[in-house]
Design a protein around this ligand. Structure first.
Ligand code: PGA
Length: 251
């Protein structure tokens, strides 16, 4: 039995004062729940304030990116140690917005994944195809390549700290959710890649989330599917009531 993981991706939303209010609501509405693991991935500037709010609770703190170097001349970036010392447990890597707008490549994603896992962070690695890639029948190739390249050099012993989020780019922030069958099919294919790279036993334990317009209405149906072990939720994670419904849908 895989325990589901529900993660909010706040993206570039919430100033520190607003972040604390939202985090407090999420903590209060989800106290003592253990049907799933709950993570909120907040903007870097919000991390210290949100850490004070969630520490000691069942809500875990995540960041939205991390650099692969331990320190140095990388203006605007944050290191694994900076995040860890600030109470961060999880980090999203390779989100399609980073790939599309900030020049993230399979190679830099692999370096960030490696550095984060080596440094003791839990990683939520995002993979997923563009609309034109789906329409051209390339979904499986894209997901296969992104997954294999991101995992190059990652040992089986690190898999317990890794989650893959399948996020079809055309479903992110568009209100256009993948059908449960489309989502489950690709999550199943990712599980097959893990089995191929590592073993069936590793694949059976491995957490694979769906992300892309998951909300309070469609979460239950998606989370029932055999290969979907949780969600990475953008827009709907900014409303504590909606996020709580999604958390309650994860059984
Ligand atoms: P969305 O975003 O739920 O707003 O579609 C998901 C994501 O980008 O992680």
């Amino acid at each position: 039995m895989r325990k589901k993981v529900i993660a909010g991706n706040w993206k570039m939303n919430m100033t520190p004062s607003k972040a604390v209010v939202l985090a407090k609501e999420i903590v209060l509405k989800n106290q003592n729940k253990d049907n799933c693991d709950i993570v909120i991935c907040v903007p870097a500037i919000d991390i210290p304030a949100v850490y004070e709010t969630v520490k000691g609770t069942n809500v875990k703190l995540g960041a939205q990116n991390v650099h692969f170097a331990p320190s140095g001349a990388f203006t605007g970036e944050l290191s694994v140690d900076m995040l860890k010392e600030s109470g961060v447990e999880y980090v999203i890597i390779g989100h399609s917005e980073r790939r599309q707008y900030f020049g993230e490549t399979d190679e830099t994603v692999n370096k960030r994944v490696t550095a984060a896992l080596n440094g003791g962070l839990k990683v939520i690695l995002c993979v997923g195809e563009l609309l034109e890639e789906r329409e051209a029948g390339k979904t499986l190739d894209v997901v296969d390549t992104q997954t294999r390249k991101a995992l190059e050099g990652v040992p089986a012993s690190a898999l317990e700290n890794l989650i893959i989020a399948y996020e079809p780019v055309w479903a992110i922030g568009t209100g256009k959710v993948a059908t449960t069958e489309q989502a489950d099919e690709v999550c199943g294919i990712i599980r097959g890649i893990i089995a191929d790279l590592y073993s069936k036993a590793e694949a059976d334990k491995f957490i694979i989330q769906y992300g892309g317009s998951m909300n309070a209405k469609n979460a239950e149906e998606l989370l029932k599917m055999p290969n979907i072990d949780g969600g990475l939720i953008g827009g709907a994670s900014l409303k504590s009531d909606d996020f709580t419904v999604i958390i309650d849908s994860a059984k």
